[in-house]
Design a protein around this ligand. Sequence first.
Ligand code: SF4
Ligand code: SF4
Ligand code: SF4
Length: 260
Amino acid sequence: MAQVRVGFLVDTSRCIGCRSCQVACKAWNHMDADKTVGKGVYENPTDLTPNLYNRIRFLESADDRGNVKWLFMNERCVHCGDAGCMKVCPAPGALHRTPEGIVVFDKEKCISCKYCVSACPFNIPRYGADDKVAKCHLCFDRVGAGRVPSCAQACPTQTLQFGNRDALIAKAKGAGKKLYGENALDGLGVVYALEDKPEAYGLPADPSIPTSIFLWKDVVRPLGILGFWGSVAAVVVHYVTYGNRQLEEDGKGKGGDAHG
Ligand code: SF4
Ligand code: SF4
Ligand code: SF4
């Protein structure tokens, strides 16, 4: 029987910006706090870090009457069905998918090339002092043990709803929610119910994997490597073909001088 794909339905209308999700993730993953400085904004930290796998974006906007309105958006790896990070990664097993559809990483296998950073449409992977990839792993360890991810467990408003992806989508659609990520990139594992256009939340309207990274990885870089090894080979061939003769000629020349 095919394994059920799990995922999150993030109902942004429910979020109160309490950041329990951020703290719960850090607690479960034993991650240190990041030192931050005040930047005059409510967000803290103001970006994902190697020690912060999810965070809340605070987005200020105006409603139709010009009144200030806040949008809260849980930023994290969205576990793309067609994952650019996995597609471009040259290290077998460094990024891989579990039977439940979760995109996980293995620091032991990561070779620090950072291709995944360039290939991610959502700017998610981060690298720390160990120079290894880090991102949300959808609590695959908890999920494998039949538990709910730590962030969803901690959320007091059920903004982060975890479970069978298809069932979550069906329920949200039944409630008339406007969904983001249902079909993009073969379906995101984290689908958002939005109250405004994606760009208002800092999400790409039409996410896609940048093709330039494949041009670099599959064409330009191999040609560069080929060029390097081609040069090495040319030197070796030249040495084998002419090097000894040159030495012999040099030797003859010297000998001639000595015996002359
Ligand atoms: S959001 Fe980025 S890091 Fe996460 S699965 Fe998609 S491509 Fe990979
Ligand atoms: S699913 Fe797990 S790893 Fe991902 S943000 Fe939530 S607590 Fe962190
Ligand atoms: S725990 Fe829930 S309500 Fe609180 S910030 Fe995170 S998603 Fe929003």
